[in-house]
Design a protein around this ligand. Structure first.
Ligand code: 1GP
Length: 229
């Protein structure tokens, strides 16, 4: 089951806090993207997540939850992507939330559906950077070192370079990817055009497209072909 992410080249990330009209959701789910990821940094609740999941479930494509709040974990997703933010000095976002979740709900966690993401947050202005107090202004060498902690020391299946809200430094993304042996590299952040999507796809394994869905749907849809050819 966890291996289902391996062939993914393009993923749309939907924020349960944001309204999305049925017609827009239809275009997103029928776009040819490889999967829908449901998640956001703030305002994610059980109710808005159930609502969005059940609407996406009408389509055949995989639908996964990126877990950011314990109270909002909803049964019925294909997989649960669990971030560990590596570049924060605050253990809350590396271990503590995870410990609390396992202590409270461990008996019902479907471990075979859990995929851990080694998150490296690289846009200091992103909500996730502020929330987790990530040290986002780091050198390329540090980003590579964090990625290698995830890949080589922790054996995490996914390294996620999170530039949420701004288009990232593609040289850094390329260098990080070259430093990985096994982890799958997800890139997310600031993709608003087909060109950016193609560029990000050329230096990462999986491209995540978020906000542009809500701002410029037509451009969001173009990113699918740009990534998948
Ligand atoms: C956010 O990485 C994703 O978690 C995508 O970022 O919303 O900037 O596209 P954008």
């Amino acid at each position: 089951m966890k291996d289902m992410i391996k062939p993914w080249r393009h993923v749309f990330k939907l924020d349960p806090e944001k309204e999305i009209h049925d017609d827009v959701l239809d275009e997103i789910c029928m776009s040819g993207t490889d999967a829908i990821m449901v998640g956001g940094s703030t305002g994610v609740t059980y109710e808005n997540t159930v609502d969005l999941m059940s609407r996406v479930r009408r389509y055949e494509l995989p639908c996964v939850q990126e877990v950011s709040d314990l109270e909002a974990v909803v049964p019925g997703f294909d997989l649960y992507m669990v971030p560990m933010v590596l570049n924060t000095p605050d253990p809350t976002w590396i271990l503590e939330r995870h410990r609390q979740g396992i202590e409270r709900y461990g008996y019902m966690i479907p471990w075979d559906l859990v995929v851990t993401e080694g998150y490296i947050v690289l846009n200091p202005d992103a909500t996730v950077a502020k929330l987790t107090r990530a040290e986002a202004q780091i050198s390329e060498e540090s980003a590579v070192a964090y990625a290698q902690i995830a890949d080589k020391l922790m054996n995490l299946p996914v390294v996620y370079l999170e530039y949420s809200g701004t288009f990232g430094d593609m040289d850094t993304v390329r260098t990080v990817r070259r430093s990985l042996d096994n982890a799958q590299l997800f890139y997310g952040g600031g993709i608003t055009t087909a060109e950016q999507a193609a560029e990000a796809a050329s230096v990462s394994d999986t491209v995540v497209v978020g906000n542009v869905i809500y701002d410029h749907l037509a451009q969001a849809l173009e990113t699918v072909k740009a990534v998948k050819g």
